[in-house]
Design a protein around this ligand. Structure first.
Ligand SMILES: O=C[C@H](O)COP(=O)(O)O
Length: 247
């Protein structure tokens, strides 16, 4: 089975309404190649404008969602509300949420299950910190993060895994294609052993961390890299080069 290439653009907490409109114009000008899926995640406040403005083949994700449908949870947005606004995707477990907002593996697993039940597709982020890589426990860390998700869900059809080594995020220190491929291969084997052969074969595994127009081709050529979750470069015209990198 062919896994469609997936390009995610995570705008994080960047920009303004004027800049969001410019990015929409820029994105609408890109030709999305066949067999490539493009999903962008604007800051929550701009999601609806971006969604209204974008051409239909580019999808919109939220950068987070809570694990309740509604109630007294000040500041939170539910998966049901995202669905209500016509969204299809949510990013969960980003390392910035894990680090700054203390989201645990267990919480990320539960949020993933809840978002899937609400009918969203999930970009589930995992990845090791620098000290964990230096201690040679990268595979243990990502396995632990995957296990917490697998404990809550059975069907991985609507999950895309984003492997983002924390030391590579926003630092310009991209993982080498070999380093990334090693972890992606490990993750695919982990899915085969712990979920199913189908999940291993069909689940897209993205790489994220300092992806740019210059390194996307060699990273994307690796057999287990099925796309990217792009931060900084998704705010620039070079995002177009990344979208076209598999042509
Ligand atoms: O979600 C995206 C990642 O955190 C990567 O960010 P970056 O491309 O700016 O390193």
């Amino acid at each position: 089975m062919v896994r469609n290439f997936f390009i995610g653009g995570n705008w994080k907490m960047n920009g303004s309404l004027a800049e969001a409109k410019k990015l929409v114009e820029m994105l609408n000008g890109f030709e999305v190649p066949a067999n490539t899926e493009v999903v962008v995640a604007p800051p929550a406040l701009y999601i609806d404008r971006v969604h209204q403005g974008l051409k239909k083949e580019i999808k919109v994700a939220a950068q987070n969602a809570y694990l309740k449908a509604s109630g007294a949870y000040t500041g939170e947005i539910s998966p049901q509300m995202l669905k209500d606004m016509g969204l299809e995707w949510v990013v969960l477990g980003h390392s910035e949420r894990r680090e700054y907002f203390h989201e645990s593996d267990e919480l990320v697993g539960k949020k993933t299950a809840f978002a899937l039940e609400a009918g969203l597709s999930v970009i589930a982020c995992i990845g090791e910190k620098l000290e964990e890589r230096e201690a040679n426990i990268t595979n243990d860390v990502v396995a632990r993060q995957m296990k917490a998700i697998a404990a809550e869900i059975k069907d991985w059809t609507n999950v895309v895994v984003a492997y983002e080594p924390v030391w590579a995020i926003g630092t310009g220190k991209v993982a080498s294609p070999e380093q990334a491929q090693d972890v992606h291969q490990f993750l695919r084997e982990w899915l085969a052993e712990n979920v199913s052969a189908k999940a291993a074969e069909e689940t897209r595994i993205l790489y994220g961390g300092s992806v740019n127009g210059g390194n996307c081709k060699t990273l994307g050529a690796k057999p287990d890299i099925d796309g990217f979750l792009v931060g900084g470069a998704s705010l620039k015209p070079e995002f177009g080069e990344i979208i076209l990198s598999r042509q």
